[in-house]
Design a protein around this ligand. Structure first.
Ligand SMILES: [Zn+2]
Ligand SMILES: [Zn+2]
Length: 367
């Protein structure tokens, strides 16, 4: 048998020598020894490699199928001359203000060319519940301009189904970590610190189902991700009846263009799940050394998810506020009233001045 075993010590990088007595590989430099099998696994894991997913094409055939008779006739497309937003709704709903900028939308006839969604997640919070939640949210924001809290403003909140591409994908990961465990003890003369160094290997497969990436170029991805999670158990096969009274954003980022973000999210989640298993071991420190995550072939579906949107202009700037229409989770940048901000800052300064004066008084009082 002439298997050449050339391994470098994972601890210090010096060449390892086969120790026939102990039947393992030992390092003359740092004194560690390793089982041959362990070294093999470790090396294989480090060289496992990354791979992106081979996503199937999302098309009419793989998706929600063709529009059924009469479905498209009731739907209208409207576009906003101001911000370029394009929304779908029934004829009654669509004669409305743009949820992104508040300008009146212009009705267009056709929704041709849009794919039919596979799923819809119906709104669970109605407008009343949404406005109540919004008022409650405003309550604890002392710096919010008064104009933002007024009744009319709050009522212009709009329910929009946001188009999402959902990615199903399997992953195989091999991640190696370096970790330490530090312990202390003392005797009558010395304090001792012991640092143990570990090489940790994690390997396994994780399947991901319905990782969402929004297909709306009008809304920042970060906003939509802040609204997660959605409870997918309420998913319904798409039907236009769910659109009644709501607007649906027309996707302008297609499935293909969303794949990069999906790969990124799946990769990050897979690593986080592996990291968590290392964290649970209670090491003092750990960091990933070689991260190899292969994404296997995956499938895409198309769904509409419920979001309450409120956009407002305040002193020439746009502020978008969004709320998960199923769970009530909020996200958004809220404006700060300049008058209130300065008032607050002066108050803070006076407070600090008081502390400063007290400190000086104490110091001089002691002399
Ligand atoms: Zn060594
Ligand atoms: Zn607009």
């Amino acid at each position: 048998m002439a298997e050449v075993l050339e391994y470098k010590c994972p601890g210090c990088g010096a060449p390892l020598v086969f120790d026939s007595g102990a039947q393992d590989m030992s390092c003359a430099h740092c004194g560690n020894s390793f089982a041959v099998e362990t070294l093999k696994e470790y090396e294989a894991a480090k060289g496992f490699g990354d791979a992106d997913c081979e996503w199937g094409d999302y098309s009419r055939d793989s998706g929600g199928g063709d529009w059924q008779a009469g479905e498209q006739e009731n739907l209208r497309l409207a576009s906003c001359p101001s911000c370029g937003g394009e929304l779908i709704g029934d004829a009654a709903t669509i004669a409305a203000e743009c949820p992104y900028c508040g300008n009146m939308m212009i009705l267009r006839e056709q929704i041709a060319g849009q794919l039919r969604p596979d799923f819809v997640l119906p709104f669970r919070l109605d407008k009343e519940a949404a406005t109540a939640a919004l008022k409650n949210f405003y309550k604890n924001k002392p710096l919010l301009p008064g104009a933002f809290k007024d009744q009319n403003h709050i009522e212009s909140i709009k329910g929009v189904y946001v188009p999402f591409w959902l990615f199903d994908c399997g992953t195989s990961a091999r991640i190696t970590y370096r970790a330490t465990r530090v312990s202390f003890r003392s005797d009558s003369r010395y304090n001792y610190t012991t640092t143990r160094h570990y090489h940790v290997l994690r390997a396994g497969d994780i399947d991901f189902a319905r990782v969402p990436v929004d297909g709306s170029g009008k809304i920042d991805d970060v906003y939509m991700e802040a609204l997660e999670p959605f409870d997918y158990t309420d998913f319904q096969p798409f039907s236009t009846t769910y659109l009644s009274g709501f607007l649906a954003d027309r996707y302008d980022v297609d499935a293909k263009a969303s794949e990069g973000r999906a790969n990124e999210r799946i990769r990050a989640s897979a690593q986080e799940m592996f990291d968590a298993t290392v964290r649970r071991e209670g090491f003092t420190t750990y960091h990933a050394e070689a991260v190899n995550i292969r994404l296997k072939s995956g499938e895409i579906s198309y769904a509409l998810l419920p979001v309450w949107l409120l956009n407002t202009k305040y002193r020439g700037r746009d502020y978008l506020f969004a709320m998960n229409g199923q769970t009530g989770k909020f996200t958004g940048r809220l404006p700060v009233s300049p008058g209130k901000f300065w008032g607050w800052l002066v108050g803070l300064f006076l407070g600090l001045g008081g502390v400063f004066a007290t400190a000086v008084w104490l110091a001089t009082g002691g002399l």
